[in-house]
Design a binder for this molecule. Structure first.
Ligand SMILES: [Zn+2]
Length: 148
């Protein structure tokens, strides 16, 4: 079950926050409708817990349906980042701005999700600092979540 929260900003762009699980029941028709008359759509994907293989197809059609707009994906969750790293076509013409990935502190073991730019080496270049002062490390391999 997926939830959409739509907000039109004063600059005319449409911001959509998508949360939940993307599977074959993923139905973004209300977003596509709301996108009429806007040029830019920003989709927040930090709250996507999982995406099934049929969900990937649905997501591809969603991106395709909005290909005449400027589509930006932000705070892409680990589940989505992982799929896009494996299947780059999944994001089509969308611009992926950032990914919200799990970081862990090598010194004290603290964990936190942190948004970093979607680009190579980003996990080390943009690693957050822990409250204990140490630099945190990506909990996983960069190639699992980011372009190489
Ligand atoms: Zn720490």
């Amino acid at each position: 079950m997926v939830q959409f929260e739509k907000k039109k900003l004063s600059d005319g762009s449409l911001h959509v926050t998508v949360t939940g699980k993307i599977d074959e029941k993923f139905d973004p028709s209300t977003v596509i409708e709301a996108a009429h008359g806007t040029t830019k759509i920003v989709v927040h994907l930090g709250g996507i817990r999982s995406i099934s293989s049929l969900g990937v197809r649905c997501f591809e059609s969603f991106v395709e349906a909005l290909s005449s707009h400027e589509l930006v994906l932000i705070h892409v969750s680990p589940a989505i980042a992982n799929q896009i790293a494996m299947i780059p076509n999944m994001a089509g013409t969308a611009h992926i701005e950032s990914a919200k990935l799990p970081f862990i502190c090598p010194a004290c073991g603290a964990e936190k999700p942190h948004s970093i730019p979607w680009k190579p080496n980003s996990a080390s270049d943009h690693a957050p600092k822990c409250v204990c002062g140490a630099h945190m490390e990506l909990d996983g391999l960069p190639e699992q979540y980011l372009p190489i």
